[in-house]
Design a binder for this molecule. Structure first.
Ligand code: HEM
Length: 507
């Protein structure tokens, strides 16, 4: 007979249970001590700031922004700002976030703090060390090298691509015009991803049938997973999130995108070797430019760096541009009198049938003001995060090294001090004389400072071509009654909750 297991009076299952409890308690203690140490170190620095927690952020917020679905990071931040204007601090577990919404604070933070922080960890798993998420030293070298490729001459050369794909979009919209409310988000996304493939990678969809659908599915898989992580509180814990189907899908979509981009780069290299010399008459994509340039100590971009940069562009451009066009279409439908003004300008500058060309774009001034007003009310990237590697003096407060700063773009864009009657849609706020009266950081949909959006000009040109092509062919209506009726879904970026539903009528 085998002797019964006994350890200080505990049998085997009890001992296992005891072990697990000790393990969990040890982890909890480590987290608790980490929290205490960080709190003790950071608190005295930030004691001037009003403290807002998830609980006291439930204070009233009668004028809080647009309709929002569910409780989310954006409503939390905006509620805080509504109660503690300008700046407040927020502890989430052991992490201190200083949330700023005053233009003068944005100016300091976005000029001095150039490191990205924990907010960007999930994106990093997708785009590695591309510009969007690169650590400061690498970012500085790459940004300096890539900046010149976004010059006006390079961008002008892409206008005919934007026009061609906009015509394809118009063709698809014609098939559903007159059918009442239609959902057009995916059609716009196709146009924008086609633009990405041609301008950024230099591949047309004719070269790779079916890939446009796959690319859109990969982007969706990744955005859906990251969005879920933002919205579901327990998904903030890595162990839980990474065992979900969404996380598994995100990993497989990321692998597919990497494989695809690597394959494009491999083919390009082969082509370059075969022809030895680039055909000078051929339009160059961003990838062609990046393969040519050297940076820092004469290094060329490695294959992995090229993959990361290309994916960074894809990640930063497809959803942002598509969503901005979607919100603009909804705003056009909501403000028929302003739509007439947009149309009048398009007909005067481009006419009804001619292709939109590069010289037309600077003349489409009212359309640009219309897009800017849309981006004021619906800034797709509604917050920007920065890590503080050293104390930063804002004049009124000192933000402590070790904390993170969140600049709330959406809150600044609806601050009555800079935007009287903020929910009144009025493109004339962007007349040059009105812009001159405002603080430069009162409006920052593309962020501000050295780490602002590298694609700002590119996207404005792209959006103008698409919108000019659509508006001159279709009268746009929507069933929304006012700006405040447009419910937004907030995750990493904001989106119209019910998609881009509009009614189109042929002109
Ligand atoms: C309406 C369209 C767009 C909006 C509203 C937008 C907005 C922004 C914002 C707010 C940032 C700063 C993000 C942060 O610091 O967290 C950013 C960065 C960036 N954007 Fe855009 N973006 C748009 C389109 C594009 C396009 C078309 C491209 C590429 C061609 C692009 C490429 C990038 C890149 C690479 C960065 C990182 C820059 C850096 O860290 O140096 N974006 N964008």
């Amino acid at each position: 007979m085998t002797p019964e297991f006994n350890f200080y009076g505990l049998n085997f299952p009890e001992l296992v249970l005891f072990g697990i409890l000790v393990y969990v308690a040890a982890i909890a203690l480590v987290i608790f001590f980490a929290y205490c140490i960080r709190y003790r170190v950071l608190c005295p620095f930030s004691e001037d700031l009003v403290h807002c927690t998830y609980l006291n952020s439930r204070l009233s917020c009668p004028n809080c922004s647009l309709k929002q679905s569910g409780r989310n990071i954006r409503s939390l931040i905006e509620t805080g700002i509504n109660n503690y204007p300008g700046i407040f601090k927020l502890w989430i577990f052991s992490k201190l976030y200083c949330v700023v919404s005053e233009p003068k604070y944005h100016e300091v933070v976005l000029t001095k703090c150039l490191g990205k922080g924990e907010l960007y960890e999930d994106i990093k798993s997708v785009i590695g060390h591309g510009l969007f998420t690169a650590p400061y030293d690498l970012w500085k070298k790459h940004r300096r090298a890539i900046n010149p490729t976004f010059n006006q001459k390079v961008l002008d050369a892409y206008v005919d691509v934007f026009h061609k794909n906009s015509q394809a979009l118009v063709g698809k919209l014609k098939q559903i015009a007159g059918e009442g409310q239609v959902e057009v988000y995916n059609l716009v996304l196709k146009c924008i991803t086609d633009n990405y493939c041609e301008t950024t990678l230099g591949m047309t969809m004719d070269d790779q049938p079916g890939n446009d659908v796959r690319i859109r599915e990969w982007i969706k898989g990744i955005f859906d997973a990251i969005s879920k992580r933002f919205l579901v509180p327990w998904y903030h814990f890595d162990v839980i999130f990474h065992s979900t189907n969404s996380a598994r899908r995100m990993r497989s979509c990321t692998e597919e995108i990497h494989r695809y981009t690597k394959e494009v780069i491999r083919k390009k290299r082969l082509l370059l070797e075969e022809t030895k010399q680039e055909d000078q008459s051929k339009k160059k994509s961003f990838l062609d430019h990046l393969m040519e340039i050297t940076y820092g100590d004469d290094s060329k971009f490695t294959e992995q760096e090229l993959v990361d940069e290309m994916n960074s562009f894809l990640f930063a451009s497809a959803e942002t541009v598509t969503t901005t066009i979607s919100f603009t279409l909804i705003m056009l439908g909501l403000h028929k009198n302003l739509q007439d003004k947009v149309l009048e300008e398009i007909l005067e500058v481009v006419g009804t049938t001619r292709a939109v060309d590069k010289d037309d774009l600077p003349k489409l001034k009212y359309l640009e003001m219309f897009i800017k007003e849309t981006l004021r009310l619906f800034p797709i990237a509604y917050i920007v995060g920065r890590e503080l590697h050293e104390d930063v003096d804002l004049g009124d407060y000192v933000l402590p090294a070790g904390a993170s700063v969140v600049t709330s773009i959406s809150a600044t864009h609806t601050n009555k001090e800079y935007w009287p009657d903020p929910y009144n849609f009025n493109p004339e706020r962007f007349l040059p004389e009105e812009v001159a009266k405002r603080h430069p950081c009162a409006y920052l949909p593309f962020s501000y400072g050295p780490r602002n959006c590298i694609g700002a000009k590119f996207s404005m040109m792209n959006m103008k071509v698409v919108l000019a092509s659509v508006v001159r062919k279709f009268k746009i209506s929507t069933s929304y009654g006012s700006v405040r009726d447009v419910e937004v879904e907030t995750s990493l970026v904001i989106k119209p909750k019910n998609g881009c539903k509009v009614e189109l009528e042929m002109r």
